[in-house]
Design a protein around this ligand. Sequence first.
Ligand SMILES: Cc1ncc(COP(=O)(O)O)c(C=O)c1O
Length: 388
Amino acid sequence: MFYDLAAMTWGKEEKKALNTVIESGFFTMGKKVKEFETVFASYMGKKYAVMVNSGSSANLIAVASLFYKKDNPLQRGDEVIVPAISWSTTFHPLHQYGLKLKIIDVELDSLNIDIAQVEKNITDKTRALVGVSILGNPAPLDRLRALADKHNLYFFEDNCESMDAELNGQKTGTFGDINTFSFFFSHHIATMEGGMVLTDDEELYHLCLSLRAHGWTRDLPESTSLFETSNNDMFEAYRFILPGYNVRPTELNAAVGIEQLKKLKGMTEQRRKNLKLFQTLFSQDERFIIQKENDTSSAFSFTIILNPSMNIDRNKVFSCLKENNIGFRMITGGCILRHDVIKYYDYEVPSEIINANIAHDYGFFVGNSPEDLSKQLTKLYEVLDEAV
Ligand SMILES: Cc1ncc(COP(=O)(O)O)c(C=O)c1O
Protein backbone atom coordinates (compact mmCIF):
# COMPACT_ATOMS: atom_id res chain seq x y z
CA MET A 1 0.00 0.00 0.00
CA PHE A 2 1.43 3.39 -0.97
CA TYR A 3 -0.53 5.27 1.72
CA ASP A 4 -2.18 3.12 4.36
CA LEU A 5 -4.78 4.01 6.98
CA ALA A 6 -2.35 3.21 9.80
CA ALA A 7 1.20 2.12 10.48
CA MET A 8 2.86 -0.09 13.06
CA THR A 9 4.44 2.06 15.78
CA TRP A 10 6.30 -0.58 17.75
CA GLY A 11 10.07 -0.76 17.88
CA LYS A 12 12.55 -2.98 19.68
CA GLU A 13 11.47 -1.55 23.07
CA GLU A 14 7.94 -2.95 22.76
CA LYS A 15 9.24 -6.34 21.61
CA LYS A 16 11.68 -6.46 24.50
CA ALA A 17 8.89 -5.56 26.93
CA LEU A 18 6.76 -8.39 25.52
CA ASN A 19 9.64 -10.83 25.87
CA THR A 20 10.20 -9.83 29.48
CA VAL A 21 6.58 -10.66 30.27
CA ILE A 22 6.82 -13.95 28.37
CA GLU A 23 10.00 -14.87 30.28
CA SER A 24 8.27 -14.09 33.58
CA GLY A 25 5.51 -16.60 32.79
CA PHE A 26 3.02 -14.24 34.42
CA PHE A 27 0.42 -12.95 31.99
CA THR A 28 -2.74 -12.14 33.89
CA MET A 29 -3.35 -8.64 35.24
CA GLY A 30 -0.66 -7.69 37.73
CA LYS A 31 2.32 -5.39 38.28
CA LYS A 32 2.71 -4.16 34.71
CA VAL A 33 -0.95 -3.14 34.52
CA LYS A 34 -0.58 -1.24 37.80
CA GLU A 35 2.58 0.46 36.57
CA PHE A 36 0.99 1.47 33.27
CA GLU A 37 -2.05 2.87 35.09
CA THR A 38 0.22 4.94 37.33
CA VAL A 39 2.30 6.46 34.52
CA PHE A 40 -0.77 7.01 32.35
CA ALA A 41 -2.66 8.87 35.10
CA SER A 42 0.41 10.96 35.78
CA TYR A 43 0.92 11.82 32.08
CA MET A 44 -2.69 12.96 31.85
CA GLY A 45 -2.65 14.75 35.22
CA LYS A 46 -5.49 12.71 36.72
CA LYS A 47 -5.65 10.81 39.99
CA TYR A 48 -6.93 7.38 38.98
CA ALA A 49 -6.62 5.12 35.94
CA VAL A 50 -8.15 1.68 35.35
CA MET A 51 -6.82 -0.31 32.41
CA VAL A 52 -9.18 -2.65 30.54
CA ASN A 53 -9.05 -4.82 27.42
CA SER A 54 -10.46 -2.22 24.97
CA GLY A 55 -11.82 1.29 24.60
CA SER A 56 -15.28 -0.24 24.26
CA SER A 57 -14.87 -1.98 27.62
CA ALA A 58 -13.68 1.30 29.10
CA ASN A 59 -16.91 2.90 27.88
CA LEU A 60 -18.95 0.02 29.29
CA ILE A 61 -17.59 0.18 32.82
CA ALA A 62 -17.42 3.98 32.81
CA VAL A 63 -21.14 4.20 32.02
CA ALA A 64 -21.94 1.38 34.45
CA SER A 65 -20.07 3.08 37.28
CA LEU A 66 -22.38 6.10 37.08
CA PHE A 67 -25.31 3.77 37.84
CA TYR A 68 -23.78 2.49 41.09
CA LYS A 69 -22.80 5.76 42.73
CA LYS A 70 -24.20 6.05 46.25
CA ASP A 71 -25.53 9.56 45.72
CA ASN A 72 -27.44 10.66 42.68
CA PRO A 73 -26.79 7.61 40.45
CA LEU A 74 -27.97 7.51 36.86
CA GLN A 75 -31.19 5.57 36.43
CA ARG A 76 -32.89 3.73 33.60
CA GLY A 77 -34.96 6.17 31.53
CA ASP A 78 -32.68 9.14 32.22
CA GLU A 79 -31.75 11.19 29.18
CA VAL A 80 -28.23 11.55 27.88
CA ILE A 81 -27.11 13.97 25.17
CA VAL A 82 -24.82 12.47 22.52
CA PRO A 83 -23.32 13.60 19.19
CA ALA A 84 -24.67 12.02 15.98
CA ILE A 85 -21.18 10.94 14.91
CA SER A 86 -19.11 8.63 17.06
CA TRP A 87 -18.11 4.99 17.25
CA SER A 88 -20.83 2.39 17.88
CA THR A 89 -19.57 1.50 21.34
CA THR A 90 -19.87 5.09 22.49
CA PHE A 91 -23.62 4.54 22.20
CA HIS A 92 -24.17 0.85 22.99
CA PRO A 93 -23.48 0.97 26.75
CA LEU A 94 -25.82 3.96 27.11
CA HIS A 95 -28.56 1.87 25.50
CA GLN A 96 -27.62 -1.26 27.43
CA TYR A 97 -28.02 0.61 30.71
CA GLY A 98 -31.46 1.88 29.69
CA LEU A 99 -30.66 5.52 29.00
CA LYS A 100 -32.60 7.50 26.44
CA LEU A 101 -30.26 8.98 23.84
CA LYS A 102 -30.88 12.52 22.66
CA ILE A 103 -28.97 12.69 19.41
CA ILE A 104 -27.57 16.07 18.41
CA ASP A 105 -26.03 17.12 15.10
CA VAL A 106 -22.34 17.88 14.66
CA GLU A 107 -20.74 20.95 13.09
CA LEU A 108 -19.75 20.34 9.49
CA ASP A 109 -16.30 21.82 9.90
CA SER A 110 -15.10 20.49 13.29
CA LEU A 111 -17.22 17.29 13.07
CA ASN A 112 -17.84 17.67 16.81
CA ILE A 113 -21.15 18.20 18.59
CA ASP A 114 -22.93 21.49 17.95
CA ILE A 115 -22.70 23.07 21.38
CA ALA A 116 -25.50 25.59 20.76
CA GLN A 117 -27.89 22.70 20.21
CA VAL A 118 -26.70 20.92 23.33
CA GLU A 119 -27.62 23.85 25.50
CA LYS A 120 -31.06 24.18 23.85
CA ASN A 121 -31.88 20.54 24.45
CA ILE A 122 -31.07 20.16 28.14
CA THR A 123 -34.31 19.44 30.00
CA ASP A 124 -35.31 18.32 33.50
CA LYS A 125 -34.85 14.74 32.36
CA THR A 126 -31.28 15.24 31.11
CA ARG A 127 -28.79 13.63 33.48
CA ALA A 128 -25.60 13.31 31.45
CA LEU A 129 -23.63 14.71 28.53
CA VAL A 130 -21.31 12.70 26.32
CA GLY A 131 -18.31 14.49 24.80
CA VAL A 132 -16.44 12.91 21.90
CA SER A 133 -13.50 14.59 20.20
CA ILE A 134 -13.59 13.27 16.66
CA LEU A 135 -10.35 11.97 15.17
CA GLY A 136 -8.00 13.97 17.35
CA ASN A 137 -9.89 17.28 17.15
CA PRO A 138 -10.98 18.57 20.57
CA ALA A 139 -14.76 18.84 21.00
CA PRO A 140 -16.00 21.92 22.94
CA LEU A 141 -15.12 20.07 26.13
CA ASP A 142 -14.73 23.22 28.22
CA ARG A 143 -18.25 24.32 27.31
CA LEU A 144 -19.70 20.85 27.84
CA ARG A 145 -18.00 20.79 31.25
CA ALA A 146 -19.47 24.20 32.09
CA LEU A 147 -22.95 23.07 31.02
CA ALA A 148 -22.64 19.89 33.05
CA ASP A 149 -21.65 21.92 36.12
CA LYS A 150 -24.42 24.46 35.58
CA HIS A 151 -27.16 21.84 35.23
CA ASN A 152 -25.72 19.26 37.65
CA LEU A 153 -25.17 16.62 34.96
CA TYR A 154 -22.57 13.90 34.65
CA PHE A 155 -20.06 14.49 31.90
CA PHE A 156 -18.70 11.34 30.28
CA GLU A 157 -15.84 11.96 27.87
CA ASP A 158 -15.14 9.25 25.29
CA ASN A 159 -11.65 10.25 24.23
CA CYS A 160 -10.92 6.98 22.46
CA GLU A 161 -9.76 8.65 19.27
CA SER A 162 -8.11 11.83 20.55
CA MET A 163 -5.35 10.97 23.00
CA ASP A 164 -2.82 13.78 23.53
CA ALA A 165 -4.96 16.51 21.98
CA GLU A 166 -5.27 19.71 24.00
CA LEU A 167 -7.85 22.38 24.64
CA ASN A 168 -6.83 25.51 26.56
CA GLY A 169 -3.65 23.76 27.65
CA GLN A 170 -5.60 20.81 29.10
CA LYS A 171 -5.43 17.31 27.66
CA THR A 172 -8.61 15.92 26.13
CA GLY A 173 -9.81 12.93 28.11
CA THR A 174 -9.53 14.88 31.38
CA PHE A 175 -12.60 17.13 31.21
CA GLY A 176 -15.19 14.49 32.12
CA ASP A 177 -16.19 13.11 35.49
CA ILE A 178 -15.12 9.91 33.84
CA ASN A 179 -13.05 9.60 30.66
CA THR A 180 -12.02 6.79 28.35
CA PHE A 181 -9.19 5.91 25.96
CA SER A 182 -8.49 3.21 23.38
CA PHE A 183 -5.14 1.62 22.56
CA PHE A 184 -6.32 -0.29 19.52
CA PHE A 185 -4.02 -0.55 16.48
CA SER A 186 -3.90 2.75 14.56
CA HIS A 187 -4.65 4.79 17.70
CA HIS A 188 -2.13 7.21 19.21
CA ILE A 189 -0.61 4.41 21.22
CA ALA A 190 -1.27 0.74 20.50
CA THR A 191 -1.22 -2.20 22.88
CA MET A 192 -2.80 -4.76 20.50
CA GLU A 193 -6.13 -4.33 22.27
CA GLY A 194 -6.54 -2.11 25.31
CA GLY A 195 -8.31 0.80 26.92
CA MET A 196 -8.26 3.02 29.98
CA VAL A 197 -10.72 4.77 32.27
CA LEU A 198 -9.52 7.98 33.90
CA THR A 199 -11.11 9.90 36.75
CA ASP A 200 -10.42 12.08 39.77
CA ASP A 201 -13.40 10.63 41.64
CA GLU A 202 -12.38 7.97 44.14
CA GLU A 203 -15.81 6.35 44.27
CA LEU A 204 -15.98 5.99 40.45
CA TYR A 205 -12.44 4.61 40.53
CA HIS A 206 -13.37 1.94 43.06
CA LEU A 207 -16.54 1.10 41.16
CA CYS A 208 -14.52 0.62 37.97
CA LEU A 209 -12.00 -1.61 39.77
CA SER A 210 -14.82 -3.90 40.82
CA LEU A 211 -16.75 -3.72 37.51
CA ARG A 212 -13.58 -4.63 35.59
CA ALA A 213 -13.18 -7.92 37.41
CA HIS A 214 -16.35 -9.91 38.07
CA GLY A 215 -17.90 -7.28 40.33
CA TRP A 216 -15.78 -8.61 43.16
CA THR A 217 -14.03 -6.78 45.96
CA ARG A 218 -10.59 -8.32 45.59
CA ASP A 219 -8.97 -5.41 43.75
CA LEU A 220 -10.34 -2.74 46.05
CA PRO A 221 -8.20 -0.97 48.62
CA GLU A 222 -9.06 -1.53 52.30
CA SER A 223 -10.15 2.07 52.65
CA THR A 224 -13.04 1.80 50.19
CA SER A 225 -16.50 3.08 50.99
CA LEU A 226 -18.14 0.53 48.67
CA PHE A 227 -18.56 -2.23 51.26
CA GLU A 228 -17.60 -3.28 54.77
CA THR A 229 -15.30 -6.23 55.21
CA SER A 230 -16.46 -9.08 57.45
CA ASN A 231 -14.08 -11.38 59.31
CA ASN A 232 -15.13 -14.35 57.19
CA ASP A 233 -12.02 -14.78 55.00
CA MET A 234 -13.58 -17.54 52.90
CA PHE A 235 -16.46 -15.25 51.88
CA GLU A 236 -14.25 -12.18 51.47
CA ALA A 237 -11.99 -13.99 48.97
CA TYR A 238 -14.93 -14.31 46.55
CA ARG A 239 -17.20 -11.48 47.48
CA PHE A 240 -19.34 -9.96 44.73
CA ILE A 241 -20.85 -6.51 45.20
CA LEU A 242 -21.71 -5.37 41.65
CA PRO A 243 -23.04 -6.96 38.44
CA GLY A 244 -19.61 -6.61 36.82
CA TYR A 245 -17.68 -8.10 33.92
CA ASN A 246 -14.32 -9.57 33.19
CA VAL A 247 -12.70 -6.95 30.96
CA ARG A 248 -9.19 -7.18 32.39
CA PRO A 249 -6.17 -6.52 30.20
CA THR A 250 -3.10 -8.75 30.26
CA GLU A 251 0.42 -7.93 31.40
CA LEU A 252 1.47 -8.06 27.74
CA ASN A 253 -0.83 -5.18 26.81
CA ALA A 254 0.37 -3.09 29.73
CA ALA A 255 4.08 -3.77 29.14
CA VAL A 256 3.70 -2.49 25.57
CA GLY A 257 1.62 0.46 26.79
CA ILE A 258 4.42 1.60 29.11
CA GLU A 259 6.87 1.73 26.19
CA GLN A 260 4.39 3.35 23.83
CA LEU A 261 3.53 6.07 26.32
CA LYS A 262 7.22 7.08 26.49
CA LYS A 263 7.05 7.75 22.74
CA LEU A 264 3.65 9.45 22.70
CA LYS A 265 4.85 13.07 22.78
CA GLY A 266 7.21 12.54 19.83
CA MET A 267 4.61 10.57 17.92
CA THR A 268 2.03 13.33 18.39
CA GLU A 269 4.55 15.93 17.19
CA GLN A 270 5.05 14.01 13.95
CA ARG A 271 1.30 13.49 13.53
CA ARG A 272 0.86 17.26 13.92
CA LYS A 273 3.59 18.01 11.36
CA ASN A 274 1.66 15.85 8.88
CA LEU A 275 -1.52 17.70 9.83
CA LYS A 276 0.08 21.05 9.04
CA LEU A 277 1.04 19.85 5.56
CA PHE A 278 -2.45 18.40 5.02
CA GLN A 279 -3.98 21.74 6.03
CA THR A 280 -1.62 23.65 3.72
CA LEU A 281 -2.53 21.44 0.78
CA PHE A 282 -6.28 21.34 1.26
CA SER A 283 -7.53 24.28 3.29
CA GLN A 284 -7.79 26.80 0.43
CA ASP A 285 -9.55 24.44 -1.96
CA GLU A 286 -13.30 24.82 -1.77
CA ARG A 287 -13.92 21.41 -3.31
CA PHE A 288 -12.78 19.82 -0.07
CA ILE A 289 -14.09 20.55 3.43
CA ILE A 290 -11.43 19.49 5.89
CA GLN A 291 -11.72 19.26 9.66
CA LYS A 292 -11.35 22.67 11.28
CA GLU A 293 -8.93 22.34 14.15
CA ASN A 294 -10.23 23.40 17.55
CA ASP A 295 -7.09 24.41 19.47
CA THR A 296 -4.62 21.50 19.29
CA SER A 297 -5.59 18.32 17.47
CA SER A 298 -3.63 15.10 17.91
CA ALA A 299 -4.53 14.28 14.29
CA PHE A 300 -5.73 10.70 14.38
CA SER A 301 -6.40 10.97 10.64
CA PHE A 302 -7.40 13.48 7.93
CA THR A 303 -11.04 13.94 7.04
CA ILE A 304 -12.25 15.18 3.69
CA ILE A 305 -15.87 16.01 2.86
CA LEU A 306 -16.51 16.56 -0.82
CA ASN A 307 -18.30 19.89 -1.03
CA PRO A 308 -21.98 18.86 -1.28
CA SER A 309 -22.87 21.91 -3.35
CA MET A 310 -20.51 20.85 -6.14
CA ASN A 311 -22.09 17.62 -7.22
CA ILE A 312 -18.87 15.61 -6.98
CA ASP A 313 -19.04 11.87 -7.65
CA ARG A 314 -17.69 10.22 -4.47
CA ASN A 315 -17.50 6.78 -6.05
CA LYS A 316 -15.24 8.12 -8.77
CA VAL A 317 -13.03 9.63 -6.07
CA PHE A 318 -12.92 6.29 -4.25
CA SER A 319 -11.94 4.47 -7.47
CA CYS A 320 -9.05 6.89 -8.01
CA LEU A 321 -7.86 6.44 -4.43
CA LYS A 322 -8.00 2.66 -4.86
CA GLU A 323 -6.09 2.79 -8.15
CA ASN A 324 -3.37 4.78 -6.43
CA ASN A 325 -3.15 2.49 -3.41
CA ILE A 326 -4.42 5.09 -0.98
CA GLY A 327 -6.49 3.72 1.91
CA PHE A 328 -9.69 5.50 2.94
CA ARG A 329 -12.71 4.80 5.09
CA MET A 330 -15.87 6.22 6.66
CA ILE A 331 -15.47 9.07 9.18
CA THR A 332 -15.43 7.23 12.53
CA GLY A 333 -18.72 5.27 12.44
CA GLY A 334 -20.60 7.78 10.29
CA CYS A 335 -24.01 9.01 11.44
CA ILE A 336 -25.39 6.59 14.07
CA LEU A 337 -28.94 7.16 12.82
CA ARG A 338 -28.00 5.50 9.52
CA HIS A 339 -27.15 2.18 11.16
CA ASP A 340 -29.62 -0.68 11.67
CA VAL A 341 -28.71 -0.90 15.36
CA ILE A 342 -30.62 2.32 15.99
CA LYS A 343 -33.89 0.33 16.00
CA TYR A 344 -32.91 -1.13 19.38
CA TYR A 345 -32.22 2.22 21.02
CA ASP A 346 -34.60 4.41 22.94
CA TYR A 347 -33.72 7.74 21.32
CA GLU A 348 -34.92 11.13 20.25
CA VAL A 349 -33.69 13.49 17.55
CA PRO A 350 -34.77 16.93 18.74
CA SER A 351 -33.55 18.86 15.66
CA GLU A 352 -32.84 17.87 12.10
CA ILE A 353 -29.54 16.05 11.60
CA ILE A 354 -27.98 17.72 8.57
CA ASN A 355 -24.22 17.81 8.96
CA ALA A 356 -23.73 14.26 10.25
CA ASN A 357 -25.61 13.03 7.19
CA ILE A 358 -23.45 15.15 4.88
CA ALA A 359 -20.32 13.72 6.54
CA HIS A 360 -21.81 10.23 6.14
CA ASP A 361 -22.64 10.68 2.44
CA TYR A 362 -19.85 12.94 1.19
CA GLY A 363 -17.01 12.29 3.62
CA PHE A 364 -14.16 9.89 4.21
CA PHE A 365 -10.83 9.87 5.96
CA VAL A 366 -7.29 8.96 5.03
CA GLY A 367 -4.69 7.84 7.54
CA ASN A 368 -2.14 9.57 9.67
CA SER A 369 0.73 7.97 11.54
CA PRO A 370 3.84 9.10 13.39
CA GLU A 371 6.05 9.09 10.32
CA ASP A 372 6.78 11.66 7.65
CA LEU A 373 3.86 11.49 5.19
CA SER A 374 4.97 14.35 2.91
CA LYS A 375 5.14 12.12 -0.17
CA GLN A 376 1.82 10.44 0.56
CA LEU A 377 -0.03 13.69 1.25
CA THR A 378 1.35 15.41 -1.81
CA LYS A 379 0.26 12.47 -3.94
CA LEU A 380 -3.14 12.43 -2.25
CA TYR A 381 -3.72 16.03 -3.28
CA GLU A 382 -2.63 15.30 -6.85
CA VAL A 383 -4.97 12.30 -7.07
CA LEU A 384 -7.94 14.17 -5.66
CA ASP A 385 -7.27 17.27 -7.73
CA GLU A 386 -7.33 15.09 -10.84
CA ALA A 387 -10.36 13.04 -9.75
CA VAL A 388 -12.57 16.00 -8.88
C1 LIG B 1 -14.89 7.29 19.84
C2 LIG B 1 -14.56 5.85 20.06
N1 LIG B 1 -15.05 5.22 21.15
C3 LIG B 1 -14.78 3.92 21.40
C4 LIG B 1 -13.98 3.19 20.57
C5 LIG B 1 -13.74 1.75 20.88
O1 LIG B 1 -12.40 1.46 21.15
P1 LIG B 1 -11.88 -0.05 20.95
O2 LIG B 1 -11.73 -0.28 19.50
O3 LIG B 1 -10.56 -0.07 21.67
O4 LIG B 1 -12.86 -0.94 21.59
C6 LIG B 1 -13.45 3.78 19.42
C7 LIG B 1 -12.60 2.99 18.51
O5 LIG B 1 -11.91 3.43 17.68
C8 LIG B 1 -13.75 5.14 19.15
O6 LIG B 1 -13.28 5.75 18.05
